[in-house]
Design a protein around this ligand. Structure first.
Ligand code: 5GP
Ligand code: MN
Length: 353
């Protein structure tokens, strides 16, 4: 009954979806395989959500799956079914390598070049293994035999639904798979604020039909702050925020000392950059943070202003038109200055549109 609801609307989902050599992959997955699923450094809700959704789905088809991510995921994702079994490659390289050596296929989710996963990427490129990529970032690199790239997708989690449909596996959908997908969709769209299409909402409608509890998930994901997170947000807004009205741009930065004073851990700064976009007329938001070895820059934008271009050209990074990241090896203040110095080049776009 439930799967028939999904099948009934499935045609409209996959009209645009394509994966290189898909039939070969489908044939390969017709018998049980040992599958490793990886996602990017500093995994977010979509990285973990899409990885777990795919793992749960492939488990139901009889495959053995292992999820490996380069670095730790934020605490607000710890409730997810299967999260406990995820191997953090930074912390447990031996276990990760053991899993990789057993792999018959590696799925790369929510990233599109192996250098996004550092040592894990080197380990994968040294393996003689089949590689599949499912991702929604701009400008994928050509490293996978099976490549599914859709920059118009809200999230890689949305694409996992496409993949499940292509595999004719909608009858396997259940609440566990659905919650994982919904987590990636909610976090990458900011609860349906960005990249939300009719197709996505049809998928979400079907997820609700199979019993995914939107309110419960919103609560688990977005209402799980500790007091220190609110105090950190207050500090950012009060003491670390600068608005540059002549460029319709806002900046928030954090120093190494802030990281110590507020005991900031992975994921604690998630979402802070978005507060800048709440300011009327602000079109570009920058969150610039002093990390142990690099300065990380996170950019967000409204409308058709491409922060992807800025991150790719100037900060060795990339991502999406409206959400991108990168890094600098300069000091914090030099990086902030570098960012500010770029703005006059974009002034026309920032002021006139
Ligand atoms: P965030 O600013 O939240 O770290 O990342 C925003 C988006 O940009 C995400 O989709 C993320 O995958 C991408 N991104 C972040 N940092 C980098 C980077 O250093 N390189 C590339 N290629 N993409 C990044
Ligand atoms: Mn994503």
């Amino acid at each position: 009954m439930l799967s028939s609801i999904i099948l009934a609307t499935s045609h409209s989902y996959i009209a645009q979806i394509f994966m290189d050599n898909f039939l070969e992959l489908k044939h390969f997955l017709a018998s049980p395989k040992y599958v490793v699923i990886t996602s990017h450094r500093n995994p977010d809700g979509d990285a973990i959500g899409s990885s777990l959704a795919l793992a749960h789905f492939l488990n139901k088809l009889g495959h053995t799956t292992r999820v490996i991510v380069p670095s730790e995921y934020p605490n607000f994702l710890a409730w997810m079914t299967g999260a406990n079994d995820i191997v953090i490659y930074d912390n447990s390289p031996e276990t990760g390598n053991e899993y990789l050596n057993n792999a018959e296929i590696v799925f790369c989710l929510d990233f599109n070049s192996l250098d996004r996963i550092d040592k894990l990427g080197t380990a994968i490129s040294n393996l003689d293994v089949r590689i599949a990529m499912i991702d929604h970032h701009l400008y994928p690199e050509n490293f996978a035999e099976f490549m599914m790239s859709d920059p118009s997708a809200s999230s890689t989690s949305e694409m996992i639904m496409d993949f499940i449909q292509m595999m004719e596996g909608t009858k396997e959908l259940d609440v566990t798979i659905g919650e994982s997908m919904m987590t990636g969709i909610l976090t990458d769209t900011g609860s349906f604020k960005y990249s939300t299409s009719p197709k996505l909402l049809r998928i979400v409608a079907d997820l609700l039909e199979i019993g995914v509890d939107n309110v419960k998930l919103q609560d688990l994901i977005f209402n799980s702050m500790e007091e220190k997170h609110l105090r950190l947000l207050g500090h950012c807004l009060n003491n670390r925020l600068e608005i540059l009205p002549e460029f319709n741009t806002g900046i928030i930065y954090l120093t190494k000392k802030d990281y110590e004073d507020f005991k900031i851990q992975r994921g604690d700064t998630e979402g802070i950059v978005n507060f800048l976009l709440k300011v009327k007329n602000v079109k570009v938001a920058a969150f610039i943070t002093e990390q142990p070895t690099i300065v990380k820059i996170s950019l967000r934008s409204k409308g058709d202003f491409s922060v992807q271009e800025i991150c790719q050209k100037h900060f060795k990074g990339g991502g999406h038109l409206n959400a991108s990241g990168g890094a600098s090896h300069k000091s914090l203040s030099a990086t902030i200055q570098q960012f500010k110095d770029l703005l006059p080049d974009y002034q026309n776009q920032l002021i006139n549109n």
